[in-house]
Design a protein around this ligand. Structure first.
Ligand code: KG4
Length: 337
């Protein structure tokens, strides 16, 4: 089964062609990061306009690189939630037009379910059940993946997403947007014990997380130093911050895996590209005798291959949409379309 997949939930326009779920025939990405960098974050209106400008051409490139004709496509999968509403609408309407013109099924895909599915592409042997932690610019979730389309959220951030926190801390350290990769690099030469930062615990929900206090703590350290005219050891602040995010995430995921008796743990989302977090997950999984699945960096961030992969399993589970499909800015991962 050939699925053409479309992803436009934020500032990346992506189109992929997937065969039978896991085989990537092509995966094209147009990143707008440079266009948003001067504003210090994604400007929704600019994101939508750029999706409109490139999506048609990107689809042609994806089809050409996959050596597939439009007539070979069996279904169209599209991210329809959650994300920036204007950006999502570009992909959803493009997918609807294509599905209508080709007379093929339209498959709605939840963006977070797509991030989880990135692991299926990277690891052909991986099958549910497993525990998955999804850490991206907009979400921080711990999911119990009981089946391909049977996903229960067992932990979530109560406030900021981990990636949002990385981006804001990077901004205050003058590292530009998106800040995660630059902060990761800066942290390599720092001392991760130099700054003591908060690791909040939510007693009534031990797998839930909170990152906003951590962000505020870093902002206060920087502002205080600026007011006093003191020098800040920014590599050490970056290293201490990265270590703290990891200390918030890793033990919760390991505890959830133990409680739910899951021997496989996967990580997903842009922040899964972080070197400290990857290393800590690898060490913790080994110590606890769990198998860890980490997708390559290219599959961690937003892409359309993961949407095509999850779309395949949604389709097999009977999930398709009509022409009344709408985009949704918010939607729980375990909610039905
Ligand atoms: O999954 P993603 O590409 O987009 C969303 O769906 O949000 O994640 C983007 C997030 C950004 O916040 C970015 O700064 C962060 O992932 N990120 C990183 C790293 N690479 C990307 N954060 C920390 N370390 C990295 N190496």
């Amino acid at each position: 089964m050939i699925i053409l997949a479309i992803e436009t939930s934020c500032d990346e326009t992506a189109v992929a062609v997937m065969r039978n779920g896991r085989e990537q025939l092509s995966s094209e990405l147009f990143s707008q990061a440079d266009m948003h960098a001067m504003y210090g974050g994604v400007v929704p209106e600019i994101a939508s306009r750029n999706h409109v400008a490139v999506i048609g051409r990107l689809m042609e490139v994806a089809l050409k690189n996959a050596d597939v004709k439009k007539s070979d496509i069996d279904a169209i999968a599209v991210t329809c939630a959650p994300g920036l509403i204007g950006a999502l609408l570009v992909g959803v309407n493009f997918a609807k037009g294509l599905a209508l013109a080709l007379g093929k099924p339209l498959i709605p895909v939840h963006h977070i379910r797509g991030h989880i599915a990135a692991n299926y592409i990277a690891y052909p042997e991986l099958e549910p059940p497993f525990l998955c932690v999804i850490v991206s610019g907009g979400n921080s979730l711990i999911a119990d993946v009981k089946g391909y389309t049977d996903i229960a959220i067992v932990g979530r951030s109560r406030d900021d997403a981990a990636g949002e926190c990385f981006d804001k801390v990077a901004r205050i350290l003058g590292l530009g947007y998106p800040g995660g990769p630059a902060l990761d690099k800066l942290a390599q030469t720092g001392d991760d014990t130099a700054f003591s930062l908060p690791r909040p615990i939510i007693n009534e929900a031990p797998f839930d997380m909170s990152f906003s206090g951590l962000k505020t703590a870093v902002v206060n350290i920087v502002h205080n130093a600026e007011q006093k005219g003191e020098h800040i050891d920014t590599p050490s602040l970056a290293a201490s911050f990265s270590r703290t995010v990891s200390d918030i995430l890793v033990p919760r995921v390991i505890d959830a895996a133990k409680q739910l008796d899951r021997d496989k743990i996967a990580i997903a989302g842009g922040v899964a590209a972080n070197s400290r977090i990857r290393a800590d997950f690898l060490a913790a999984a080994e110590a606890e005798n769990r198998t860890l699945f980490i997708p390559p960096l290219k599959l961690c961030g937003d892409n359309a291959a993961m949407i095509g992969c999850q779309g395949y399993y949604e389709y097999k589970a009977g999930v398709t949409a009509t022409m009344s499909l709408d985009a949704r800015a918010t939607m729980d991962t375990d909610e039905e379309f």
